[in-house]
Ligand binder design. Sequence first.
Ligand code: SF4
Length: 841
Amino acid sequence: MDRIADIWGTRTPHDRATVWPARVDSYLADGITEAQVDKWVSSACLLCSNGCGCDIAVKDGRMVGIRGRGTDVINHGRLGPKGLYGSTPFASSGDRLTRPLIREGGELVETTWDVAMGKVVEVSQRLLREKGPLSHGFYTSGQLFLEEYYTLAVIGKAGIGTPHMDGNTRLCTATAAAAMKESFGCDGQPGSYTDIDWCDALFLFGHNMPETQTVLWMRVLDRISGGQPPKIVCVDPRRTMVADAAERTGGVHLAPRPGTNQALMNGLTRELIVNGWHDRAWIDAHTLGFDDLAAIVEPYTPEHVGDICDIDPADLRRAAAVFGESERVLSTVLQGFYQSHQATAASVAVNNLHLLRGMIGKPGAGILQMNGQPTAQNNRECGADGDLPGFRNWDNEKHVQELAALWNVDPLVIPHWAPPTHAMQMMRYVEQGSISFLWISATNPAVSMPESARIRAILSGDQCFVVVQDLFLTETARLADVVLPAAGWGEKTGTFTNVTRTVHLSDKAVEPPGEARSDLDIFLLYAERMGFTDSDTAPLVRWRTPEEAFAAWQECSRGRPVDYTGLSYEQLRGPTGIAWPCNADAPDGTDRLYTDPVFPTDTDQCENYGHDLLTGGTVTRQEYQAIDPAGRAFLKGAPYQPPHEQVSADYPLLYSTGRTVYHFHTRTKTARARALQQAAPDAWVELSQHDAEALGIAEGDRVSVQSPRGRIEVQARIGRVRPGAVFAPFHYGYWDLDAAGPDGGPARDANELTMTIWDPVSKQPLFKTAACRVTKIGDATEPAPAPSTAASAPPQGRPAPATAGGEPTGARIVTTPHYPNDPSLGTDSPAPASTVAGSAR
Ligand code: SF4
C-alpha cells in the first residue's frame, strides 16, 4: 500500500467499549524482505507526540525500515506515513554532521572534539567568572531523551545555577502544562488513548489530529466505522478531515474567526450551566470556583458568541448539547488553542467543561491536552524547560530543599528566586547581551521561532557565543560559533514519554556516523570538563550511561505525581510502553489519572500556585494556602479579549501557521525522506475561495504574503480555510535552497510574518493571529505544491492534483490482540483472547 496516497490505511472497525484491533504496519527500504533483516531493535517513533511503539529493522549496520508493535498500547501496531517513510533515511543522509565545527575567520571549519569542547568550556568558565550564572542560557528540544533532559537540567540548575533554561516545547506544549497546573495543580495528562475506544462524543479543540497524529486518527476512524460511533465536534477555522467527520457523525463543525476561542469556550460553558448539564454535587465535592466561573461566562449568550466568533448561534447550542447530553465525552486540545492569544484560558476552559460534568478519571470521559513533540513531556518532567524536576514548585522551599539534598548542593545554587525564564524572554536577553552563552540542542529556532529575521539577527550577532548541537547543519547551526555533531534516533539509547504518560525505551540500533556522539555523552563531556562538583567536591553528575541516568531520574521522581520508580529498562523492553505513575502502588503503571477523584492541589504538592488567566498575575503561597484546595480541582475563567493585532485596511486578513501531514517541524528529518519530501516539496499558502476571487488569485498563482514584520513569496492553494483567514505551513526554511530569504532570494519561512508576543500564563508565543495582506505577483504554471490528501486539499468539487509516490508498505491485521497494560478496558469489555500472532516481538 502507498501510505502517501492512503495516509490512514485500511479500516479495522470496532464497536464502543471493545478492543481496537491490531494492524501491524511495516516498511522496508531498498527491496529488503523481513527474512533479510539482521535484527529488530525496540523503540518508539519520534516523529510526532503520539509515541507509537515500533521496532527498527537493521541490516549490515544500517537502519533499513520499521515495523509497528502489535502489542503496544499506544498504536496496536500501526504507523503513519512519517513513521514509515521518515524514521530512518536521515541516518544515512550524506550531509550528516560527522565532526565538530568551529568558527574561524567567519567560517565554520571542521575540528576535533577536544578543540570544540575546549572552546565551549573556555568561554563558559570565563563568563561564569566575569558575569556569573545569568550569562548562560540553554535552549533545548522536545526530541531528546529523558536521560538527556535530566542531565541537562542538573547541569543548568546545580552546575551553572541559571534560571535561563527552556525548550522549543515553549512553542508547542507549554500551554498543555500550564492548563493542567491551573486546573489540577500539576502537569500530567488525565486521560488515555483508550478513552477513544469508550467515548460517545469526541471534541477536538484546535486539533488537526488526522495530520498531526495520524495513528491516533486511525483509532478514531475505526470507532466511526464501527458500532455506536462517537459524535465528532470540530473547533477549527479550516475545514479539516475532522470537520468532515463531524458532518458524517451528526456532530458539529465550529469554525470561529481566528483569535476568538475564549469567547467560544465561554459560550459553551454558559450553555452547560444554563441548561443544567452540570453535576452540582460533584462540583461541590471536588472543585473550587464554580460561582466565579458562572459569573464570568454569564454574558456569553449564543448570539453574543455568534457575533464575536462569526458562527451560527444554533451551531454553538448544538455543540453544547452534544457535550451536555453525551454519557462519555473525550476532549483533545492542540495548537489551534495553544498558539492563540488567551491560550491557557481557552485550554483551561476545556478542563472546566469536564469538571462541570464530573467527566474525568472514567473510561471515555478523558481530557487529552496534547503535546506537539515526541519527548516534550520529558522536558517538562525533568526541568530542562526551566521548571524544577519532578513537577516541583520553584516557589516552594520544601521542593527546592528536596532537590538540593538529592544533588548534594547548597539550595541557594538552585535558581528559585523568580519564575524560570521562558524562551522568548531568553532571546531578548541574548539580543541585549546579558545572556552571552547560549547552548541550543536539537532545535532550529532560526526557522521555528516567531519573527525569523529578528531571531536570525540575534543568533548571528557577536554579543553572544552560540553552541548548536544537532544532526545537520540547520539554519540555526549555520549561525553558531561551535557546532557539535549529535547521534540521532536509533543511534543511541534512552527513554521517552508520550502525551498519555506512556514511557518507551528506544535502544541503540546502529552506530552514529563519524564522530557524532549522543546528546547525553555531549552533556556528560561538558560537565566533566567544567568540573562541576557537589558540596563534597564529588562529581555533580555521577552517571555515565543512559540506564544510570534513568536510575538517577527515578530517585528524583520518587513520591511525586510523576513517579517512575517502578519502571526499569528491562521492563520497558517488554511488549509495550508503560504509563506513569509506576511505583510500588501501581507496578503495571496507570492508564488514567484522577479516578478517585483527588487532585494534586495541596499546597506542598502542587507544581505552582496558579495565575490570573487574563493577566498572568501570580497567586502567592499565602493566598493559595488561604484557599486550601485540599485535593479539589480549580474551575477558572476569563473574559474574552480581542487579539493584539487586528485586521486593518493595509492588512485585511488573519494569518496563522501550522503543521501538515508529511513533514515534522522544520523538516530536518522528513525532507531527507524521498517520499515525504516529494509529497510536499515546497511552501504554499492557503486562501478561501471567497478571498481568492476577491483578490483575483487562482490556484497555483505566485503571491506575496506580508505582515508588518515580514514577507514571503509562495504559491497559493485555493483551500479550506474560512473566509478572512490565511494558513501557511511552518516547515520550510532555507537549508535546501541555493539562494533564498536570508541569502537574498524570495523568502518562504512562514515565521517571517509572525510576531513576538505570548500568552500571559504559559508564555507560549502566538502563531495563529497576525494580520496580513496577500497580493498576486505571478500567474500559475502548475498547482500549488500542497498535498491533496488532507486539509490542504482544494475544497470539495474542485479538481485535486494527486499526492502519491510512497513505496509499498506492509499491513497485517491481527484479530485477537492482547494488550498487557490496558486496564481501562475493564470488566465490561470483551476479554483479550491471546497474544498477537506474528507480532513484532
Ligand atoms: S503517528 Fe506519530 S508517532 Fe505514530 S508513526 Fe506517525 S509520526 Fe510516528
